[in-house]
Each structure stands twice: as structure tokens, then as C-alpha cells.
Ligand binder design. Sequence first.
Ligand code: XIL
Length: 362
Amino acid sequence: MKRRGFPAGIGWTIFFSISTIAGAAATGDGPSTALKALAKECGILIGSAVDYSALVREPIYGDTLSREFSVLTPENEMKWARIHPQQFQYNFSQPDAMMAFAASNDLLVHGHTLVWHRQVPEWLSAGTFTREEMINILRSHIYTVAGRYRGRHLVAWDVVNEAVESDGTLRKTLWLDRIGPDYIDLAFRFASEADRNAKLIYNDFSYEPIGTKSTGVYNLVSGMLARGIPVHGVGFQMHLTTSGIDVSSFAQNMRRFADLGLEIYITEMDVRSRLPATPSQLATQAKIYRDVLDACLGQPACKAFQTWGFTDAHSWIPQFFQGFRAALLFDKNYQPKSAYEALSQRLRECPRPVPPGDSHVR
Ligand code: XIL
């Protein structure tokens, strides 16, 4: 299967190759064995975060992405510092190119992220704005960004990212500080005004099992629902180590969010291994990927299984977690790892029926 490149007019000359990756691609006449085809039979989306420069520079990166995944998340390109570097200046070139790549390769897009306390531009973090001014800035950012990509195969937004502390209270961020706790409600209202169709998600890390943090998130979103705030789902980032997680507690936790009527997204999964990544560590990693996917497939509200990158050649792990590496499904040479095989195998154990006329969501 060959992907299509950036549409003409975007301004790059890129030569695309047909990659031949052992054991992964569907090349013959039979049904596709790529993850996205298998995931479709299971009624879920399978996705990955995408790094713009890898997409532009390495043909095999885009080939693998478009062959295996049904949804992409821009890893950094829609964050404030990148898309809104000056108060009156937006930079849409990279996210636009990613949207165009997704459109021409039949991928959906999961937007990330409209409100976060990291990767914010200096004009915002160092600026002195009143509460009213901050609310206007937030509204105008969300209208501009979410409004631009509305209806263009962007199916979900991480509206607010990482707003809850490990003790379950609201994180002390510039948003909380300058607007107050209602910044979260406001962000979801603005996002819904800007894009009526995208699923609006609250996304966070380390609240997979039942515990203090997950109860904090639960209280946050159930309060929002009680106030009529348009929140449609929760995202579990799922940045794990080879110690794994308590999957039955995760399943129980998903159930209580699902009982609120919320959708569930696994948004940023990776499983970092301590160096050197031994065969036994990679086998453990594969099992963790499989167990989490299994839990997602066991919960009808779980709509998507997304990883934070797909090749160990491009991953945030080595830079952010010293002594850890090899967290993803393909190795540095784009060869599928045991983790890939484990997901593939589990997906083959579907199919679950997909409602007629609904190609990607159960
Ligand atoms: C990370 C990116 O992967 C890095 O390239 C960047 O330098 C820092 O941010 N949770 C999130 C993501 O929601 O946005 C973060 O992405 C990883 C943790």
C-alpha cells in the first residue's frame, strides 16, 4: 500500500518510496493485516502521535504511519508555543501540512492540545493580563485554532491537558492562577462553540488505576457534566514503564467514567524500557501493550488506542527519561517489535460487529 504525499502547493519536494517492512504490511491480494484494518474490525481507532520533521524528512515514516494507523495526533505542532508564538501571530504551516497529509492518506486527526501549562509562549507566561483579558485570549485562541480545523477530519480535541495534581486537586498553573478554576469549563464551552462536532476530551497522565488522582479527575468531569459543560470523553495518556499497571483497576476505573456517559481514549501510550532493552524486557513490554488493548476492547466506551509515536527512532523518551528507551511498536529501523505483534495478534481476536454506516466508531 503506498501513501500519498503532501498535496501539491504545500511547498516541499519529497520523493516517496514504497516501504517493505518485514511482517507488517499488507502487500498481496488478501485482506490487510495492517493494524488499522484489524482495528477497524474491532470497532476502534488506532493512532499515533506524529513528529512533523520526521514526516517531512523520512519517507518511511509517513509510509509506515499511513499504512498502520487510522488517526494521528500532532505531537507538538498544535501547542500554544508552536501555533501561537506571538500574541497577534499564528503559525499554521506545520499543522496545516499535517492536516493535509492526514486528508490525503485517509487518516483522522486528534487535536492536541487547546489548554496546557507547558509549551506556552513567553508573551503569555510572562505577560501581565487581567482575568478578563486572559479569558478573551483563551477564547480567541480556541476559536481560531479549533475553528480553523473544524470539520476537516479532525474528530477529537484534547481541550484541557493535565489540570489535576497527583493529590486530586487542581494543578497550580497560569490558567488557574489568572482565571480561576472555571478556566476548564470556559475552555470546553469555547471549544464546543468553535467546533460542534469534535469530541471534546479531558486528557491526563497517571490516573489509570483507581486512586487519589483518578478520583480527582472523576470529580472534575462529573462536576462539569452536572453543570452542563460539553465534555465528551477522557484521555488516559498511559506513559508506562515495564513495571506495567494494575489492569483490572484500570478496567474498573474506565467503567466509572463510562457510567457517566463519557467516551474513553488511550491517548499517548508508550512503555519505556530501562537500558539495555533486553529480550525479556521487550517481551514484558509487549504483554503490557496487549493487556491495555485488551482492557480497551473489553470496554465499549473505549474508542481509540493511540501511542505516543510509533518508532523508537522518534520518541520523546530518551530526552525526557534518562536511562530509558525503546518504548514504541517499531524499532529504530522501522522493524515491528514484539509489541507490534502482540497488538496485531490481539486485534485478530475480534471481530466485533461494527454498526452499519459507522466506519470508525462503535
Ligand atoms: C511531549 C513531546 O513528545 C515532546 O516532543 C515535547 O518536547 C514535550 O512534550 N504529555 C503530553 C504531551 O500531553 O504533549 C507530551 O509531549 C508528553 C506528555
